[in-house]
Ligand binder design. Structure first.
Ligand SMILES: [Zn+2]
Length: 275
């Protein structure tokens, strides 16, 4: 019995303080003719990965980027652009080609596309969207938020948390807010959308507070405290990585970590980080 305890003790020690290293493969896109190559440097990818590891600390995952081995270039006008909002066929086509390109890459890596066009990023859960599509570093620029995040006070700052946030989507996490009209938000329904991977509350996560959405809150009140929207007092999770507030040091909740774990066990994600 003593011996068994000893063995258990040792394996617990190994589990604590040991996180799974998950490599990123960066795909620098250009158009079919090689023009409009995304302006993304290996250093910028490394910076984004560093930010991601800061907000993902405590999840058991650490993202890595090997500047020599894991940076490739691909010509695809389609993947280098963002389909129009209302063009469902174009989005479907993007997804088919994106997932196909990913199927040619090692399943141990998270594939991250860097486009030259557009400012937004997206991804989604296992089997549906097996890649992350990102803008270039300079195109990710957001309006400075009065220095609250302590990183940048110029007119336009690259969004350091964008990869960290998109990795959340890649592991099946929805936003904490649903994006519905501000006049319609209620405490019961304002906690995100229903499209995540596990059945629970609105964003599939029970421990993130109701969030009316960043668009319903005045800019100066966005990084803390209670806010009134639609006559209701909210305390939105402004420092949650899957909210849109981008206040300092975003984190993930325990409920979100459980969703990530469940996504990780999906066959489309299970090889991530394997030797
Ligand atoms: Zn998002």
């Amino acid at each position: 019995m003593k011996k068994i305890n000893g063995i258990l003790g040792v394996s617990l020690l190994i589990l604590v303080g040991c996180s799974t290293k998950v490599p990123i493969i960066a795909v620098q896109l250009s158009d079919d003719d090689g023009r409009n190559r995304a302006t993304i440097s290996k250093q910028e990818v490394s910076d984004w990965v560093r930010y991601a590891n800061s907000s993902w600390s405590g999840t058991g995952y650490e993202f890595t980027f090997d500047e020599e081995r894991d940076f490739i270039t691909v010509k695809s006008t389609l993947l280098n652009s963002i389909p129009a909002d209302n063009d469902n066929r174009a989005w479907e086509y993007y997804n088919i080609i994106g997932n196909y390109l990913v199927s040619l890459q090692p399943a141990t890596h998270v594939p991250v596309f860097f486009r030259s066009h557009g400012q937004t990023a997206w991804s989604w859960g296992p089997g549906q969207t097996n890649y992350i599509s990102m803008p270039s570093w300079v195109n990710s620029c957001r309006k400075a938020d009065s220095g609250e995040n302590g990183r940048c006070e110029s007119k336009c700052c690259p969004d350091g948390d964008l990869l960290a946030h998109s990795l959340g989507h890649y592991f099946g996490l929805a936003h904490t807010s649903s994006g519905i009209a501000c006049e319609a938000v209620r405490l019961e329904n304002a906690d995100g959308d229903t499209a995540g991977l596990t059945a629970a509350n609105w964003d599939d996560v029970a421990d993130t507070p109701a969030d009316p959405g960043v668009h319903c809150i005045q800019e100066q009140s966005r990084c803390g405290g209670a806010v009134q929207v639609n006559g209701i007092e909210f305390r939105p999770p402004v420092r949650n990585l899957m909210s849109m507030y981008r206040c300092a040091k975003p984190k993930l909740s325990d409920g979100q970590k459980a969703v990530i774990e469940s996504a990780r066990n999906n066959p489309w994600r299970i090889r991530l980080g394997a030797e």
